[in-house]
Design a protein around this ligand. Structure first.
Ligand code: IVH
Length: 697
């Protein structure tokens, strides 16, 4: 008999208790003591059982249940919460002399009172405060501006190293402060996955940790494998005496460890400046062997009773200071400069260097940004380059190691021709980068064009991703956007199929990942997406053409002003420049675009295919005629784009910045403080979402 498929409440209650106890125990041993008591499979099975039971009997589901670790709660916006005690930051410095000054000053102020320091790691992540009452986690809040932060409790519960329920003895009401970090291994795995799904990777673990805590779906946050490093136990000013262990910072951290917090063991009590300097030097070298990022060392007076004696300035306590590590730098020989052609034709120089170990990874390549940057570095043949890595994962080239320059070496210059198609490069006035002007004949640019054309905000053909477009291009079926509209089902089916002849390259593990073969259903989807795109309004068709400098807003203004494509084609750049938001450079780019016969031919083919080449009046009313709105913050019933669209549908205009011409600032939740200040200064009326709704009825 399976006792638990339809458990009686009492039996379910007992099983929930038992599963909670087991899972808490396994979790604690695994994350705190690196001790795996059960296999992942067993752990997951027990967790699933608990989740299932709690779903069937919601009254048994406590906020401290380990089932919360899998997440599931959705938060559209994060509630703003005032910190009970401000979350101060620390005075920080890159200079050892300033650490010596801090030490001497502290010693002088304490005037003979015996004391010591604790040195600990400065975790490179996101600061949060966790409130515990009666041993249970009740709230997690980000640092925010130090006074007010975001309530991220649901996401914090998914972090395995944050105890939901405390063990042993603990103060009845307190706050645990610490840093949420993204361990390197998990960070890299997540970024790889993002890239494989076509999403932009995060620049560094800190940004990724911050983004993860703000995920709306806590089950997504659960997948991120974040870690909490506790660094501060904040007691209430009137809390009961708790015993001698709480008289020192190190004693409080030890007490926190006993309660079940992850407290890193790398803490050292130091009595002298020499001890402190030793700790700093040690971790400056050793930091890349840690599984997570640190950006310095924090030095605190250990005896908590002395914190009041030393006091606090407006921003930070006088009893602590942070020493920040300088970025790590190495010099390595340059092997070759290669050039990458981007989707917009920009040609970026890349330094290929002798592989070198730096900041926890091997560095082989780094960008040289653009021609100006290269010229400033004045690279010569056979040079060695200085490469630096700070908090960022991406290495930066910061200079040439002149000591290693070979005698008589010749300077290296930025290329003059496109490495893909050989066209001489050009440079737009005032820009640092050169680009290949052969937009219609240079492979990366053609693909870039096609991708832009099908993108969501342009023609929105989501059945065509970059891999499929590449397939179509390689097969010679699509060379310009107009070719999409002559595709036939029979041409698509089977596309992407591997050669039947053995192909050594594609068998190798380095072969690029290719799009799966297009089957019947895939072909139908593609054709359906293409067909539906014929309903896309003219302003988006204009944007989709990918004319240099013509963004969504520009396209909209042009469509409204001229009404149809022919009027735009026939306008000269002076006339084009009279349109709001269209400057001289953009006007010249538009005129140049339509002066080329191939572009006029594309337009004709698209028109013949049935795309909209004429603006429609989509207004539903004119009640907002003549009014200009600036929109800021988060709204309850609209996304930002929806509310902007609504304004325009009622005849109003939307502008990005507040000026004397602004009629209203439409303010949602979490509006930018700068906008508010400016609106108040200029006397622009501020209205809410509900005020707005009343205006349009
Ligand atoms: S103590 C009042 N200890 O560094 C004492 N902070 O400006 C408050 N940080 O935003 C901070 N590691 O989030 C402390 N071991 C550590 C830390 C640490 C990282 C962060 C903290 C704060 C910033 C200091």
């Amino acid at each position: 008999m399976d006792l638990f498929t339809t458990p009686a409440p009492e039996c379910a209650r007992r099983r929930v208790d038992e599963l909670t106890r087991l899972l808490d125990h396994y979790n604690f041993e695994y994350y705190m003591n690196d001790n795996s008591l059960v296999s992942d499979y067993e752990f997951d099975a027990l967790m699933r059982e608990l989740v299932e039971l709690e779903r069937t009997y919601p009254e048994l589901s406590l906020p401290t249940s380990p089932a919360r670790r899998v997440g599931g709660e959705i938060n559209k916006t994060f509630r703003q919460v005032q910190h009970r005690f401000p979350m101060l930051s620390l005075g920080n410095t890159y200079s050892i002399e300033e650490i010596e000054e801090f030490e001497a000053r502290t010693r002088k102020l304490l005037d003979g009172i015996p004391f010591s320091y604790t040195c600990e790691l400065k975790y490179d992540g996101v600061a949060i405060g966790l409130t515990y009452r009666h041993g249970q986690l009740v709230q997690a809040v980000t640092r925010g501006n130090g006074t007010v932060g975001d309530d991220i409790t649901a996401n914090a519960r998914t972090i395995s190293t944050i105890p939901l329920r405390l063990r042993g003895d603990f103060p009845d009401d307190f706050e645990a402060r610490g840093e949420v970090v993204y361990p390197f291994e998990a960070f890299e795995a997540m970024n790889l996955q993002r890239e494989s799904e076509g999403e932009p990777p995060f620049a560094n673990p800190r940004n990724a940790a911050s983004g993860s805590l703000k995920l709306q779906d806590s089950s997504e946050c659960a997948k991120r494998k974040l870690m909490f490093c506790m660094y501060f136990l904040m007691l209430l000013p009137d809390s009961q005496p708790l015993g001698a262990a709480y008289d020192t910072h190190s004693g409080r951290l030890e007490a926190a460890r006993q309660m079940g917090f992850k407290v890193q063991p790398y803490i050292k009590e130091c009595k002298t400046i020499e001890d402190i300097k030793f700790f700093i030097d040690f971790w400056d070298k050793e930091r890349w062997n840690l599984p997570f990022g640190i950006d310095g060392v924090v030095i605190k007076v250990n005896q908590t009773a002395l914190w009041d004696t030393l006091g606090t300035t407006a921003k930070s306590p006088r009893w602590a200071i942070a020493y920040k590590f300088k970025a790590e730098r190495v010099s390595t020989p340059l092997l070759e400069i290669s050039y990458q052609v981007g989707r917009t034709g920009i040609v970026t120089p890349v330094a290929n260097m002798q592989p070198v170990w730096l900041g926890g990874t091997t560095v082989r390549r780094a960008t040289l940004n653009n021609a100006d940057f290269m010229a400033k570095l004045d690279i010569h043949q056979g040079d060695s380059l200085f490469v630096e890595k700070g908090g960022e994962i991406i290495p930066k080239i910061v200079g040439v190691d002149l000591d290693k320059r070979p005698a008589g070496a010749k300077p290296l210059h930025y290329t003059t021709v496109c490495p893909v198609c050989g066209t001489p490069l050009v440079r737009a006035e005032g820009e640092a980068g050169f680009y290949c002007p052969n937009q219609d004949g240079c492979m990366p640019q053609i693909l870039g064009h096609l991708e832009h054309f099908v993108s969501r905000r342009a023609m929105d053909i989501d059945s065509l991703g970059s891999e499929r477009l590449k397939l179509l291009y390689d097969a010679g079926l699509v060379k310009t956007v107009a070719d999409l509209y002559t595709l036939k089902r029979s041409q698509l089916i089977g596309l992407g199929q591997k050669n039947t002849l053995p192909d050594i390259q594609s068998e190798s593990s380095n072969a690029p990942v290719s799009a799966p073969t297009i089957q019947e259903k895939g072909a139908d989807n593609i054709l359906k997406g293409i067909e539906e795109s014929k309903q896309v309004p003219f302003e988006r068709v204009l944007y989709a053409l990918g004319i240099r400098y013509v963004g969504e807003v520009g396209a909209k203004k042009l469509a409204r002003h001229f009404g149809n494509i022919d009027a735009i084609i026939n306008a000269d750049s002076t006339e084009l420049a009279t349109v709001e938001d269209i400057g001289e450079v953009t006007a010249a780019a538009i005129a140049d675009y339509f002066s080329q016969p191939v572009h006029r031919e594309t337009v004709e083919r698209l028109r013949a295919a049935g795309l909209k080449m004429q603006a429609e009046d989509t207004r539903v009313s004119t009640v907002l005629d003549g009014l200009t709105f600036v929109v800021s913050g988060v709204f309850e019933h609209y996304s930002r784009d929806q509310i902007k669209a609504s304004i325009e549908q009622h005849g109003g205009k939307v502008s990005g910045s507040i000026s004397g011409k602004t009629s209203y600032l439409l303010a949602g939740d979490k509006m930018g403080p700068e906008k508010l200040k400016k609106a108040e200064k200029l006397g622009v009326p501020i209205i809410s979402e509900s005020d707005y709704n009343k205006m349009i009825v």
